[in-house]
Design a protein around this ligand. Sequence first.
Ligand code: DC
Length: 221
Amino acid sequence: MKARIAIDGPAGAGKSTVARAVAKRLNLIYLDTGAMYRAVTLAALRNGTDLHDKKALEALTLSLQLDIRTDEKGNNLVFLNGEDVTAAIRDPLINRHVSLVALYPEVRSIMVQKQRELSRRGGVVMDGRDIGTHVMPDAEYKFFLTASLEERAKRRQAELLAAGKTVSYEQVLEEIAARDKIDTEREHSPLRAARDAVIIDTTEMTIEQVVETIIDKVVLV
Ligand code: DC
């Protein structure tokens, strides 16, 4: 089987950019699992679904047609009931609500099932919060990326600005800290490094350095 690579870590640690680059270099399929939780959150907000009503969220999640495709640059494109929502799921409003939606095991198990289907044949790089611990516990390679809260907020703010969204540094820092707290303290599949994950603190590293560190450790079979 072709290698499976799990990349977990908190918001803003550089997971998506690194995972996409690693997949491209090694000719593997990239899956951004956070995008899946974001798409459900977008659908719930649009539908006016009560984010505290787990039964309603479960029914909504089951009813959605969620497709993740890859463009020629290796980016994930996210389609919700046929509509391209790739940009819409990056809105600050989604950032503020996505961790709440990701709390529910009813929602998580539907997402995890889709993620495992995709990993079955191997040859994937998946990034998220619970990939090494829960989605692909038997992945050949596991990495956990961290960075200081301040550095992660700086990166996230730059990302939002590049997408034309003006938000203050303080606002981003607060939002990321709140998300970290919910993601790490939740009961089901909380954010944590798998026991056999390689932990990389990216605070002082460039994206290229992180990518090289990972590639150096991966021996493709
Ligand atoms: O990686 P991201 O910022 O796009 O993730 C958005 C949210 O989705 C994150 O705050 C928690 C949730 N998530 C999760 O619970 N499990 C995953 N595997 C990926 C994301």
